[in-house]
Design a protein around this ligand. Structure first.
Ligand code: NAD
Length: 361
């Protein structure tokens, strides 16, 4: 199959880790007889330096023309002094908006080989953790109007509006049900329907959509309980569906408990537009250019691209299995080395880790 990918390496460790994912995609291309046509465009600080704009129009055009967009990371201290609208992060928000990406999918997986880095009690970690948070990305209290600050009765007040239309709820619910259908067929919708009107609408619409997915088991949970259950027994979850605000918090919580920020991928999807695939971590300026960055989150993002962007399940699974294999064999970038020392492990650089994955493929 012939597919086009627009690469946005970005800043800091971005170019180093994207290079390893490209190596992996080239290996997949060869093994499975595909043709991936890859082009590169500027975003973030790199785009500011070269073109004075964190998201040049040429980048938006290149992304829209591609079958999928693959991002490293943006940002760094060099650009932190710039005003908000000229910060590298604007490039990221801008491209999500330009592509109409409304669904953010973040798996949180505890690799058995790395159970020691899990922040949970050993008996809880032993039950495993393999869930995915489907977060709505374009609505909710982050974008609702009215919003602002003003003086009322002589004192300052701040306000935001938590709002969802039924159409916004329905389209994200459909993504979540479809995701659950490809996994263990269990969907937990998280809201605050005991207090919030918007959550009561959320719950009603999600329950309506459920009728189209009779093979998926739907449950509802209040967000405060979900936050607690995630640390008490995360093994109970398969797919978690939630709004923008609750999803922001829960997806960070779910990934933090795995203890390995350098291992977690993500996907953002829209209707018909190319999806955007990226690791959840940032540009790690503290280790950029030193060969210390862990490329596995980026390589696993490439696996998500194959599965969700190109519908290539066998290819995605092959990449994931290769990652598991190198971890099982003890290869570790510095972030994965146990604090107690590395006896029995093989320390590797960014490029060596990419090479090992390609070998296993
Ligand atoms: P960060 O994720 O870049 O780094 C946090 C810590 O994790 C650092 O110690 C870093 O060295 C480490 N780390 C991150 N990724 C790693 C990897 N692949 N391998 C090994 N170690 C890794 O977060 P931060 O320090 O808060 O932010 C740095 C810059 O990244 C900021 O400019 C921020 O705005 C930006 N940022 C960008 C994105 C994005 O592009 N999606 C996301 C978050 C932060």
């Amino acid at each position: 199959m012939r597919k086009t990918i627009c690469l946005l390496p970005g800043d800091g460790i971005g170019p180093e880790i994207v290079a390893e994912a490209v190596k992996t995609l080239r290996a997949v291309e060869k093994k499975f007889g595909h043709e991936f046509v890859m082009s590169e465009a500027l975003i973030g600080g790199a785009a500011l330096d070269a073109a004075g704009d964190p998201l040049p129009a040429a980048t938006v055009d290149a992304c829209k023309a591609a079958d999928a967009v693959f991002l490293g990371a943006v940002g760094g201290p060099k650009w932190d002094v710039l005003p908000g609208d000229r910060r590298p992060e604007r490039g990221l928000l801008g491209i999500r908006k330009a592509l109409g990406l409304f669904a953010n999918l973040r798996p949180a997986t505890l690799f058995p080989e790395l159970a020691g880095s899990c922040l949970l009690r050993a008996d809880t970690a032993a039950k495993g953790l393999d869930l995915i948070v489907v977060r709505e990305l374009t609505g909710d209290v982050y974008f609702g109007k009215p919003a602002g600050q003003e003086v009322r009765d002589g004192q300052r007040v701040g306000f935001n509006t938590m709002i969802y239309t039924e159409q916004e709820i329905e389209r994200i619910a459909r993504v979540a049900f479809a995701t659950a259908r490809k996994r263990k067929k269990r969907l937990c919708s998280v809201d605050k329907a005991n207090v919030l009107d918007v959550s009561r609408l959320w719950r009603a619409v999600v329950s309506e959509v459920a009728k189209d997915f009779p093979d998926v088991e739907l449950s509802h949970m209040y967000v405060d309980n979900a936050a607690m259950q995630l640390v008490r027994d995360p093994s109970q979850f398969d797919v978690i569906l939630t709004g923008n605000l609750f999803g922001d918090i829960l997806s960070d919580e779910a990934s933090a408990i795995t203890g390995s920020i350098g291992l977690l991928p993500s996907a953002s999807l829209g209707a018909g537009a190319p999806g955007l695939f990226e690791p959840i971590h940032g540009s790690a300026p503290d280790i950029a250019g030193q060969g210390k960055a862990n490329p596995l989150a980026t390589i696993l993002s490439a696996a998500m691209l194959l599965r969700l962007g190109f519908d290539m399940e066998a290819e995605a699974a092959a990449v994931e299995n290769a990652v598991h294999a190198v971890l099982r064999e003890g290869f570790r970038t510095p972030d994965l080395m146990p604090a107690s020392g590395g006896a029995g492990f093989h320390p590797v650089s960014t490029t060596e880790m990419g090479d090992r994955v390609v070998e296993r493929l």
